[in-house]
Design a protein around this ligand. Structure first.
Ligand code: SF4
Ligand code: SF4
Length: 354
């Protein structure tokens, strides 16, 4: 969304911003994965600032073609009512970065360009000290909250809790105005979900653990991640044959906090999950019988490329795959790697039933 000064509703005060960059802008960047609702969170923040607080603003997001589970960035740019927002470029020098899942902190570009004295908000179960230590980030303000647990307990989504944290941490944002936009938005979807979402929002605003330190002497440098492939080295025809690939080959944090768990005792090896999975993550064996016939048997899930979309869970007729909250180390301990050797029925991949 983008607004012009004359678009501000009549009767609104002519609002100003206490802190802006050299262009008169206050910029926020939301770092997330498709499915967490970062786009909607950014949209509602901008809507509250523009339509209820009398500021000018713009909001847009950047994501790939396959949204769920893929990294996305959402940008909110605010200006005083008397100023126009004259750029639609991605936010490179934000005052605030909100990270919707702490796995994303593995990416060195996540904090790119965060200004000195800025605010970092992270959805994590870790303490601010643990996050600072992992990032080597020892200045500025860090706010941590366990938005995933809040969302699971309230049966809502992470974005609503993160919105509460953003509204509470950005000093000039009116927490009540954002709350009103939230209520109006969810009222349009279904009245029954308003209360749980407002509770999620309030918990997001109140359950943050804040660690304020001196401003960094300088802001963070702008980090640009170069694609792994370009016109000089891309395979002929532009076909990238590796499984679940992207041009940046960034596989960190590609799940949304939930993970499919395979229960072999319930599996009837029907293969429906394999048809549903968009990334071919199901690992299969070919089992030979004594009478020289054979069948396929599901061994487990290769978590390297799994984005936790849950399609396999929804499809399984026997409950042999369930969706669970991902805990640290679970994927590494339980992954069953895909076997990309040639699928020769008689020979190379011979396995006996256990
Ligand atoms: S859909 Fe369920 S029962 Fe069928 S192969 Fe997959 S896990 Fe097994
Ligand atoms: S959750 Fe299931 S369907 Fe989705 S990517 Fe992972 S294995 Fe595939």
């Amino acid at each position: 969304m983008q607004t012009e000064p004359q678009a501000i509703e009549q009767g609104q005060p002519s609002a100003a911003l206490p802190q802006t960059d050299e262009d008169g802008l206050f910029e926020i960047r939301l770092e997330s994965l498709g499915g967490f609702g970062a786009h909607l969170a950014g949209k509602m923040l901008a809507e509250a600032a523009v339509l209820r607080m009398g500021l000018n603003g713009a909001h847009f997001s950047s994501y790939g073609s396959e949204k769920k589970g893929s990294p996305i960035k959402s940008f909110v740019r605010l200006a005083a009512a008397s100023d126009r927002v004259r750029t639609s470029a991605p936010v490179e020098r934000p005052f605030v970065v909100a990270v919707f899942l702490d796995n994303l902190l593995n990416d060195p570009a996540i904090l790119s360009g965060l200004r000195a004295g800025g605010i970092l908000i992270v959805n994590t179960t870790k303490t601010p000290e643990e996050v600072r230590e992992a990032l080597g980030y020892h200045h500025d303000t860090l706010a941590c909250l366990d938005a995933t647990t809040i969302a699971l307990e309230e049966k809502t989504r992470v974005n609503t809790a993160m919105q509460g944290a953003l509204a509470a941490m950005i000093p000039f944002l009116d927490v009540g105005a954002v709350r009103e936009v939230l209520a109006t938005t969810f009222e349009r979807k279904h009245a029954s979900i308003i209360e749980s979402n407002l509770r999620t929002y309030d918990r997001g605003a109140s359950e943050i653990r804040i660690d304020r330190r001196d401003p960094a002497p300088e802001g963070r440098g702008v980090v640009s991640v170069e694609p792994k492939w370009g016109y000089l080295n891309a395979p002929i025809g532009g076909v990238v044959a590796d499984p679940a690939n992207t041009v940046t080959k960034n596989l960190s944090g590609s799940r949304t906090g939930r993970i499919p768990v395979f229960h072999q005792d319930k599996c009837i090896h029907c293969g429906l999950c394999d048809l549903a999975c968009p990334d071919n993550n199901l690992s299969w064996d070919i089992v030979h019988r004594e009478d020289e016939t054979w069948h396929t048997r599901l061994r487990g899930i290769d978590y390297q490329y799994c984005k936790g979309c849950g399609a396999c869970v929804d499809t399984c007729p026997t409950g042999a795959i369930t969706s669970e909250r991902e805990t640290p180390g679970f994927a590494d301990a339980n992954t069953v790697p895909l076997d990309w050797s040639p699928r020769i029925v008689d020979g190379a991949r011979r396995h006996e039933p256990s």
